[in-house]
Design a binder for this molecule. Structure first.
Ligand SMILES: Nc1nc2c(ncn2[C@@H]2O[C@H](COP(=O)(O)OP(=O)(O)OP(=O)(O)O)[C@@H](O)[C@H]2O)c(=O)[nH]1
Ligand SMILES: [Mg+2]
Length: 343
């Protein structure tokens, strides 16, 4: 038997700094399980000038189930690797919190790539926020940054809210549609138009691809007409999302897509958009961390021995209501009731 010394923040940081994949994998598990000290680990790596020096370029892919997102992830990853860029892939599965990593690994159809030096793949269930990217996913992306993946690909199935959250995590958002998604225009109306930096019409080997691409361009054109008339003088030139046709499982169009991603990045860098997006992301993170800590504190209070039982007893004896009981717990936490004094 061998015994493994338990991880500490220090050993994990040293491992991540030293480029040990095993340390990265253990840190991810630590964060996923919210093991005691995970916040300290994340804080330390964001604070570390060496680890936080150069965050990876994040590309998010979203779209309907089976649109070819994983096939595109595979093609893009191969392209980045060929450019000498190490790639971290995060596949977020909104469907079930119970499906394990192995199953998800199959879904993403990247198993053969995953043995490639310079590529790391992790799948996780999007617990927490309904169908979206949970806080933990954002934290895993921080670990990817720290480990030094210069390119990060995030795949989420677009089933509603998650498309919008992928936008919150990525620098460049790619919306993947296919000719048979007859609901494309619906999708465009449902907020995808706002978050997409790039449109991919995948399965361009099937009939209807040109028509779909035209439809998207028309919708973009109409929208541009609406916004540019009200553009402030001196505002940066608008980014018009390109529409790229691909046949992902054959790798066709992937080179154009890589070019489009690079062009979008140059545009963001030239106009301060990248900084604005990162800053917006930090604001979301503060909010998310605050909400999570508040929930954890509330849960700890209620789980303390006797607290809930006594509250229920008071309510039963009509000495309290759920409101007065919650209020007491809030006071004990030092969170004064904002409604105080109004009665
Ligand atoms: N004909 C055709 N088939 C494709 C194309 N791209 C992907 N496929 C096939 O479509 C199926 C789904 O591809 P995936 O890449 O797994 O799609 P996905 O969007 O990741 O799917 P989920 O993660 O399950 O939502 C696979 O059988 C692919 O081989 C394409 O351009 N043309
Ligand atoms: Mg997939």
């Amino acid at each position: 038997m061998f015994s493994r010394s338990p991880d500490s923040v220090g050993t994990l940081l040293a491992g991540i700094r030293g480029g040990q994949i095993a340390a990265l994998a253990r840190a991810i598990t630590w964060v996923e399980n919210e093991r005691a000290g995970f916040q300290k680990l994340l804080h330390s790596l964001l604070e570390d000038p060496f680890l936080a020096g150069a965050p990876g370029a994040r590309v998010g892919l979203t779209g309907p189930p089976g649109a070819g997102k994983s096939s595109l992830v595979r093609g893009l990853a191969q392209g980045f690797l060929a450019q000498g860029e190490p790639v971290g892939v995060l596949a977020v599965d909104p469907s079930s919190p119970f499906s394990g990593g192995a199953l998800l690994g199959d879904r993403i159809r990247l198993n053969d790539l995953a043995t490639h030096e310079g590529l790391f793949l992790r799948s996780m269930a999007a617990r927490g926020s309904l169908g979206g990217l949970a806080m933990n996913s954002h934290e895993v992306l921080d670990l990817y940054d720290a480990f030094g993946f210069s390119r990060i690909l995030i795949e989420t199935v677009g089933v509603g809210q998650s498309e919008l959250e992928v936008a919150g995590a990525a620098d460049t958002v790619m919306v993947v549609l296919v000719p048979e998604s007859g609901d494309a225009i619906q999708a465009l109306k449902a907020g995808l138009m706002e978050i997409a930096d790039l449109f991919v019409v995948n399965k361009a080997d099937r009939p209807g691809a040109d028509a779909l691409a035209r439809e998207i361009r028309t919708a973009l054109h109409l929208r541009q007409g609406e916004t540019s008339s009200g553009a402030a003088p001196g505002a940066p030139p608008e980014w018009i999302p390109p529409v790229v046709q691909t046949v992902a499982h054959r790798g066709e169009g992937v080179a154009e897509l890589l070019d489009a991603v690079a062009a979008h990045r140059r545009w963001m860098e030239a106009h301060g958009v990248l900084e604005r997006r990162r800053s917006a992301r930090a604001a979301l993170r503060i909010r998310g961390i605050l909400e999570r800590e508040a929930r954890r504190a509330a849960r700890r209070s209620l789980d303390a021995p006797g607290v809930l039982a006594q509250a229920l007893e008071r309510i039963e004896r009509r000495r309290g209501t759920p409101y007065s009981e919650a209020d007491q717990i809030l006071r004990a936490l030092g969170w004064g009731n904002a409604e105080e004094g109004k009665g």
